[in-house]
Ligand binder design. Structure first.
Ligand code: HEC
Length: 158
């Protein structure tokens, strides 16, 4: 008899608890509001290094040989989507980029744009703006990233 009573009680209480907890869950739109990030202004100077392989880049003196190699990389792997002026193409014009972002951020963006688009607030905002993903044809080596950074530094000295 006791057992039957317990069984009946349980069969009443369990769905009751279940309905309470499900009613307490906020609607998904409310959750989205809390986790939404504040808008990022991509035209403002940032000290962020981004996320990725490059955490410290030595840029003490402008290395013109390195920049010359970087110019070739730029012609081969970037020019289909970027100008070295402020004019937009598929992606932003890269004139002035070394004043806007840190060397590490630029190299992380060049080497692993997908990781950056997922984790870095500025890269995420740029992806939203430009709609297309940044893809370097044939990929790029760490060395080429450093060379193209030097080219962009030289381009910004002019
Ligand atoms: C297929 C087109 C494409 C190619 C090729 C490409 N990019 Fe991009 N790049 C983009 C797009 C589009 C964005 C905007 C961000 C996004 O959509 O992910 C971008 C963003 C960037 C940014 C960030 C600009 C800012 O305002 O902060 C840098 C730096 C950059 N690219 C460097 C390079 C370099 C260096 C190369 C060559 C090694 C290169 N990109 C090749 C399309 C491209």
């Amino acid at each position: 008899m006791y057992k039957l009573q317990n069984f009946l009680l349980a069969s009443l209480i369990i769905p009751f608890i279940a309905s309470c907890t499900s009613n307490n869950t906020p609607p998904s739109s409310a959750v989205q509001k809390i986790t939404e990030e504040p808008p990022v202004n991509t035209d403002v100077k940032s000290d962020s290094k981004g996320t990725g392989k490059f955490t410290l880049v030595d840029i003490s003196t402008l290395n013109k040989d390195l920049a010359a190699k970087g110019e070739l990389v730029f012609q081969k792997k970037c020019i289909s989507c970027h100008t070295n002026t402020q004019e937009k193409l598929i992606g932003p014009g890269l004139k002035g980029i070394t004043r806007l972002r840190t060397p590490e951020w630029i190299m992380n963006m060049t080497f692993s744009p997908e990781e950056m688009a997922k984790k870095d607030p500025i890269a995420k905002a740029l992806r939203k703006q430009y709609k297309l993903p940044m893809m370097v044809p044939g990929g790029i080596t760490e060395e080429e990233c450093r060379q193209v950074l030097e080219y962009l530094r030289l381009n910004d000295e002019k």
